[in-house]
Design a protein around this ligand. Structure first.
Ligand code: ATP
Ligand code: MG
Length: 432
């Protein structure tokens, strides 16, 4: 046999045992978006590398070391598999003047690519669902997005997802904070780890995000951006808090919360859980008022979030909240290939009447024995087997056999015969 080809490390195949849960989650998300009047947008998986370098920031983890970037072999273009989709949505909105008649509320879902160390909840191809509100300035829409995520947890039945919020202020305030941070960390240079020393002058804000326990005390004493915010930034933050408070939404203000992309300002937030180990952030976002201008559009405010689908599904699985696998209503047992044309017609008609039908199909060794077909019928989870025996077929009949205990009136009769000509009636009986 030829050597097997395996998937790229950190990129997963999703089979029916799991994909049913994905589809279920996706349906929940779509319904929620409809309730909040967000509309679907689909952008390419591949974008010009410059979009992310300019949009996310040159010294971010993603751009420095996580991007799948390559040169197009045919024309030398610098391309990148999208590591996130906010930049792509903004690029598309700018390119097509989407905001010409006012703000737009959009959502997307799909695969993202980051060259990270694969582990539970962290993959190289992973899936995000994201919502973006472009062209809106107030904290009202920041709150709308946060409430939307809270509604999702409620609808899914997820508990223990905690909200953290912060304000990153405006660029001038961050610049002031940056100077204060550099001065503070320089004064304590002996306590910095290698990562922090590297970031000291390029991205000192990221030092606050350190996971190194030895640096926690130092980081706790660092100057806080919150204390340097001007009146306008504070008003925006307090506006958001007032709406969340009015809803009784619980949150903590985490003054050390920073995000991995440079484009954020004012409100930032994360939803975190302690049930997923160190990959505890399930949804994250914030305001990015300067990004549209940076991508070449007429400046307009914006805010959004993205959630990690794999992490949400993992949470749902842990909490045993995933729906049962779908099962057919009917499994067709076909003893003899002679019956194929007739069986096929009947089954199609049943489907047209809304029944979920699984047909026993011919394998490499033929149709298989009745015993093995019944075993498959049972294993399918179907409620009924339809047995298309030759003798019955010759009389225009089929036998209906209940496969599950307690299948109503049909159970008591065990196996009964029905006339082939009356699919509509059967479909009704079987559905009941
Ligand atoms: P983390 O701190 O976990 O690396 P991040 O800040 O890089 O997350 P974002 O870029 O904000 O994450 O993406 C939003 C969400 O997408 C995250 O909260 C997480 O749920 C999910 N996510 C990010 N990276 C991955 C990944 N490599 N594999 C699976 N999910 C991911
Ligand atoms: Mg990351």
């Amino acid at each position: 046999m030829a050597e097997k080809i395996v998937a790229v490390k950190g990129m997963n195949d999703i089979f029916p045992a799991e994909s049913a849960a994905w589809e279920w989650l996706e349906a929940h998300l779509r319904e929620l978006m409809t309730l909040y009047s967000y509309r679907n947008v689909r952008t390419p998986v591949v974008e010009p590398t410059a979009l992310f370098v300019r949009g996310l920031g040159e010294v971010t983890d993603i751009v420095e070391k996580e991007m799948y970037s390559f040169e197009d072999r045919l024309n030398g273009e610098a391309l990148t598999l999208r590591p996130e989709n906010t930049a792509g949505v903004v690029r598309a909105a700018v390119e097509h003047s989407l905001l010409y008649d006012g703000g737009k509320r959009l959502y997307y879902m799909g695969p993202m690519f980051r060259h990270e160390r694969p582990q539970r909840g962290r993959y190289r191809q992973f899936h995000q669902f994201g919502a973006e509100a472009l062209g809106f300035a107030g904290p009202d829409v920041d709150a709308e997005l946060i409430l939307m995520a809270c509604d999702l947890w409620n609808r899914l039945g997820l508990t223990g997802v905690k909200l953290e919020i912060n304000s990153l202020g405006q660029p001038a305030e961050r610049q002031q904070h940056r100077q204060a941070l550099i001065a503070y960390f320089e004064a304590h240079a002996d306590q910095l780890d290698e990562d922090a020393r590297r970031r000291l002058h390029s991205n000192p804000l990221r030092i606050l995000d350190t996971k190194n326990p030895a640096m926690q005390a130092l980081v706790n004493g660092a100057p806080r951006l919150m204390d340097l915010l001007g009146a306008e930034s504070l008003a925006h933050f307090n506006g958001l808090r007032a709406i969340l408070d009015a809803h009784g939404i619980a949150y903590t203000v985490n003054t050390r919360l920073v995000r991995g992309m440079d484009y954020y300002n004012l409100s930032v937030f994360e939803f975190v859980t302690d049930q997923l180990g160190s990959q505890g952030t399930v949804c994250a976002g914030g305001r990015y008022d300067d990004l549209i201008g940076q991508i070449g559009g007429k400046p307009a405010p914006a805010v959004g979030w993205a959630l990690g689908m794999e992490r949400i599904l993992e949470l749902l699985k842990t909490a045993q909240l995933l729906p049962a696998q779908p099962v057919p209503d009917v499994f067709a047992v076909v003893p003899d290939a002679v019956a194929w044309p007739q069986v096929s017609q009947v089954l199609r008609e049943l489907r047209q009447h809304g029944l979920k039908v699984q047909m026993h199909a011919c394998g490499p060794d033929g149709m298989g024995s009745m015993k093995s077909q019944f075993k498959k019928a049972d294993g399918s989870g179907a409620r009924y087997a339809l047995v298309f025996g030759q003798d019955e077929l010759a009389q225009g009949m089929v036998s209906i056999k209940p496969l599950r205990a307690g299948e109503g009136s049909l159970q008591s009769s065990g196996q009964r015969l029905a006339s082939l000509s009356d699919c509509a009636q059967w479909a009704g009986t079987l559905r009941a």
